[in-house]
Ligand binder design. Structure first.
Ligand SMILES: [Mg+2]
Length: 256
C-alpha cells in the first residue's frame, strides 16, 4: 500500500462498536499510526463521547500533537495543546428556529412511518448537539444488541431520510452509527473536516486516507468521496484492524 500522509478514521462501527470503547488491539495500533502521521477521528458524535469512549483510554504520556478530533459531523475540531483539549474551530450552532424546524420535521416523519412510530426505545432519542440534531431511533440508552439489530442494512433509515429530506430543504441528513440519523446545515459534514485537515497540513486530500463503515450513498462517510480522498470501507473494527496493520507495515518499510 502507498503510505498516506495523513489518515482519518470514523469512530462508530469503524474504530469501535457504537457507544463502546475501542478494544486494546485497536488502541495499540492507533497509537502506532499516530507516531507515523497526522491522525484524525471524525464522527457524528459529540466531543464528550469521544473523550469518554476513546481518548480516556489513551495514556497521559501519549504525544497527541498530531491528533485531530472532528466531532458533530465535523462542525468542530479539537486538538491537544498546552496540556488541554482545545477547540480548533467550531461552526455556528443551529438557531433556535432551525432546531425547532428540524425537531418538528423529525417528529412528523416518525408519526408518518409506523416502523419508527412503534419502535421500542430506551432513553433520549432526539439530541441537540449545537450545530447538529441527532435522532437515535432506539434511544441513546438502548442495549447494544437492539442498536445493532434494528437497521443493519440501513434500509429503514434511508427511507426515513428520504421522507425527512422533503420536509427539510437546505439541511443535510445523513446516516451514522448503528441506528442514528444526523441533521446539519447543508455543507456541514465530514467532507468539511477532510478539506480543513488537508488545508491545515498543506497537503491535498488525495494524499490522505479515510477509513469508515458508512461509505454508501446516504451514509455519513460517503460525502468525503467528493474531496478526492482515498477511502477504505470496513464492516466493523476487525476490518479496520487489518487496514491499520497494512499502514503500520507500509510506514515501517518506508522508513527503512
Ligand atoms: Mg460509522
Amino acid at each position: 500500500m502507498r503510505v498516506p500522509r495523513a489518515i482519518l478514521f470514523d469512530l462508530d462501527e469503524t474504530l469501535a462498536e457504537s457507544f463502546r470503547p475501542p478494544t486494546h488491539g485497536i488502541l495499540t495500533r492507533f497509537v502506532r499510526i499516530l507516531a507515523h502521521m497526522p491522525t484524525a477521528i471524525i464522527t457524528g458524535g459529540s466531543f464528550t463521547r469521544v473523550e469518554h469512549d476513546f481518548l480516556k483510554s489513551m495514556s497521559d504520556n501519549q504525544d497527541r500533537s498530531n491528533l485531530f478530533i472532528f466531532t458533530n459531523s465535523a462542525a468542530e475540531c479539537h486538538t491537544f495543546k498546552d496540556g488541554f483539549w482545545q477547540v480548533e474551530y467550531a461552526i455556528d450552532e443551529l438557531s433556535p428556529a432551525e432546531k425547532g424546524q428540524i425537531i418538528k420535521a423529525i417528529e412528523e416523519t416518525i408519526a408518518d412511518m409506523p416502523e419508527f412510530a412503534y419502535a421500542r426505545f430506551w432513553g433520549e432519542r432526539i439530541s441537540d448537539r449545537g450545530a447538529q440534531i441527532a435522532y437515535t431511533v432506539v434511544g441513546l440508552d438502548a442495549p447494544q444488541e437492539e442498536k445493532m439489530s434494528w437497521d443493519p442494512d440501513h434500509t429503514k433509515r434511508l427511507r426515513f431520510r428520504d421522507a425527512l429530506a422533503k420536509k427539510l430543504p437546505g439541511f443535510e441528513i445523513l446516516i451514522g452509527g448503528a441506528s442514528t440519523i444526523d441533521v446539519t446545515r447543508a455543507g456541514v459534514d465530514k467532507s468539511h473536516g477532510v478539506q480543513w485537515l488537508a488545508k491545515h497540513l498543506g497537503i491535498s486530500a488525495q494524499e490522505m486516507l479515510y477509513v469508515g463503515d458508512a461509505l454508501f450513498p446516504g451514509g455519513n462517510d460517503y460525502v468525503v468521496m467528493e474531496t478526492g480522498i482515498q477511502t477504505r470501507r470496513v464492516d466493523g473494527p476487525h476490518e479496520t484492524a487489518a487496514i491499520m496493520d497494512e499502514i503500520i507495515a507500509a510506514s515501517a518499510a518506508k522508513k527503512n
